[in-house]
Design a protein around this ligand. Structure first.
Ligand SMILES: O=C(O)CC1=CCC(=O)O1
Length: 96
């Protein structure tokens, strides 16, 4: 099952910068592990924003939920989740 997840990150200005850097490093490692596994298919920065748009390929809504709430930055992220399905004009076999 494919989902588009838009993540807007908002770390409070008075949050400890060293702790923020540690959490960002954990987030990067977590994200890159899931990208390598194929579950986190795409991640794109929204230009000019501390936001990304990501595509996940997971087995179920519950699997996506578990993955998202485990994000190290989760307490600082506002998310929008959109289920996706294959477009009839898609030419790439993995767009499903
Ligand atoms: O910087 C972001 O958009 C938040 C984020 C998600 C995965 C990652 O590595 O950073």
């Amino acid at each position: 099952m494919l989902f588009m997840v838009e993540m807007d990150v908002n770390i409070p200005h008075d949050f400890d910068p060293a702790q923020a850097d540690r959490i960002k490093a954990e987030e990067k490692a977590y994200s890159q592990t899931l990208q390598a596994s194929g579950v986190w298919r795409h991640i794109w920065r929204k230009a000019g924003l501390y936001s990304n748009v990501s595509i996940f390929d997971v087995e179920s809504n519950a699997a996506l939920h578990d993955l998202l709430i485990a994000l190290p930055l989760y307490p600082f992220i506002t998310m929008t989740v959109t289920p996706l399905c294959r477009h009839p004009s898609a030419i790439h076999e993995d767009d499903r």
